[in-house]
Design a protein around this ligand. Structure first.
Ligand code: SF4
Length: 295
């Protein structure tokens, strides 16, 4: 295992790659890496480190690259029966497919090449926080059905550094969305988690929607924050340094009442910017997360 700064990078041999999914609207998930160096404080995939013996507290400090991921993708796609090929594939559910190591490993690129080679007819949905996704525009353009989502939770770079400490800046993600749109690729934005403090600062949410619309986004997928115990523990030290009202917003965010308040402000703001809400609701679910999946 190599140690680059705080992030440890190792290689593993995976037994399988394309996994059936319990996420609503997703049939298969592909995670080329275990772990994620982007280290978002709110990440509810942080429990998935247990697959490689890493504790929740170490989330963001390790990435295991599945060195045989491309070979597995080719093999598993070749064996996939025709009726299963209509399924929607998500790349990725518990890691970011375009995080730093992808620059060298090119596992996500190799998997896309395999999907293109097999002319995968189902929808391929890519979800990332990294503008590196634009490197693969050539392949994305060759897939019969594809859409690319960039997660953007705030346009406030200070907040972004706090919550998504090693993720690319929001402005870079917005530029990536615009580049994808310009290349004719269907895009969407994932506003997840919907940050609790928007309840008292709706103008900031309006600002975010405005910038998404400006980047050519027409559809937004939104999710309420999930503050399960293990996530609260990760966020605790970060929250302690924030102003009282921010701490209060995160404390209240676990209540149904808080979610209802957010739900009430979202439709008007979306309409102001001509944005559609995927599934017609801000999703709140956690039943599938215990099984090792999440968007
Ligand atoms: S980019 Fe996604 S998978 Fe990675 S730490 Fe952030 S929320 Fe988790």
């Amino acid at each position: 295992m190599s140690d680059s700064g705080r992030m440890r990078l190792a290689e593993i041999e995976a037994k399988s790659l394309i996994q059936k999914s319990k996420i609503p609207s997703i049939d298969y998930v592909i995670n080329p890496y275990t772990g994620c160096g982007l280290a978002c404080a709110y990440c509810y995939a942080s429990f998935s480190g247990r697959l490689v013996g890493e504790p929740v507290q170490a989330w963001g400090d390790f990435v295991y690259a599945k060195r045989n991921a491309v070979e597995l993708a080719r093999r598993e796609l070749a064996k996939m029966p025709e009726h299963r090929r209509q399924g929607t594939v998500l790349l990725s559910s518990v890691t970011d497919p375009y995080q730093g190591p992808e620059c060298d490993y090119r596992l996500t690129r190799g998997i896309l090449e395999a999907l293109v080679a097999h002319r995968y007819p189902g929808l391929v949905r890519v979800l990332t926080k990294s503008p590196l996704v634009t490197r693969d525009l050539d392949l994305l353009a060759c897939l019969p059905r594809v859409e690319v989502g960039l997660t953007v939770t705030t346009t406030d770079d200070r907040l972004s550094r706090w919550l998504e400490m090693r993720a690319p800046r929001a402005s870079a993600r917005l530029q990536a969305l615009a580049a994808l749109r310009d290349a004719g690729i269907a895009t969407f934005a994932f506003v997840g988690p919907l940050l609790p403090h928007f309840v008292t600062a709706p103008h900031l949410l309006s600002q975010l929607f405005g910038q998404l619309a400006g980047a050519g986004v027409r559809e937004v997928y939104m999710e309420h924050i999930n503050l399960k115990q293990y996530i609260r523990e990760r966020m605790q030290p970060l929250l302690a340094a924030e102003p009282g009202e921010v701490q209060q917003a995160y404390l209240r965010a676990r209540s149904r009442e808080h979610r209802q308040q957010l739900d009430a402000i979202v439709p008007t703001l979306l309409a102001e910017h001509g944005l559609r809400l995927r599934f017609d609701e801000v999703v709140y679910h956690d039943e599938f997360q215990a099984k090792g999946e999440g968007p």
